[in-house]
Design a protein around this ligand. Structure first.
Ligand code: SAM
Length: 188
């Protein structure tokens, strides 16, 4: 079975049985995975940043679509998940394209250098507003920021969405894909 199908099934089974939210995988939907892959195929990014690796399901959608020239930097604060995700990356033969970082995203994004053509945000929504100014700096002109759960948890991401909408260089919209995908495009 394909690694993505396997992770999708395992994630669904795990999350149905698991009561501890910290141990749920909380994978994006397969539809969101296909949407991310479509974006990657169109943009042909060389660098992608993901915040919220979990078991690496969304990371693998991004890395697979990117071809040999892409580098995906993905950040996860839970050590068990970080290690299991790395196993999944090796299993999928994608570990060379993925730079998996362990630790809090706020620390990592402060230290990252350069810019990214695509940023995918899928972590602790209460922190998004504090991430916003730095994510804006990390986004390359003509790049896209995509945020999961824009419809399923619209209230929680509202302050972050408002901040994005106040930046005159950004075009912001929400698509009814999966749990709702906020997309912000940085004009040149
Ligand atoms: C919704 S899950 C990510 C699911 C993953 N994107 C996927 O679809 O396969 C959110 C993850 O973000 C991690 N996380 C939450 N806040 C974080 C932070 N500040 N820094 C790094 N990781 C964080 C959680 O431990 C959790 O594994």
């Amino acid at each position: 079975m394909d690694v993505l199908e396997q992770l999708q099934m395992q994630g669904t089974e795990n999350d149905a049985l698991q009561h501890d939210k910290g141990k749920k995988w909380l994978n994006i939907t397969p539809g969101t995975g296909k949407f991310l892959a479509l974006l990657v195929d169109e943009i042909q990014p060389t660098r992608i940043l993901e915040i919220g690796t979990s078991m690496g399901y969304s990371t693998l959608w991004l890395a697979r679509a990117g071809g040999n020239s892409v580098q995906v930097v993905t950040i996860e604060c839970d050590e068990t998940k970080h290690q299991q995700a790395q196993q999944h990356f090796r299993q999928a033969g994608m570990d060379k394209r993925i730079d998996a970082k362990l630790g809090d995203a706020s620390d990592w994004i402060a230290r990252l250098e350069g810019q990214f053509e695509l940023i995918f945000l899928d972590a602790d929504r209460s922190q998004y507003l504090s991430f916003a100014p730095r994510l804006f700096q990390l986004l390359k002109p003509q790049g896209l920021l995509v945020v999961d759960n824009a419809l399923s948890h619209a209230d929680e991401i509202a302050p972050f969405k408002r901040w994005l909408e106040q930046q005159s260089e950004l075009d912001v919209g929400v698509l009814p894909i999966g749990k709702g995908e906020l997309v912000a495009y940085l004009r040149e």
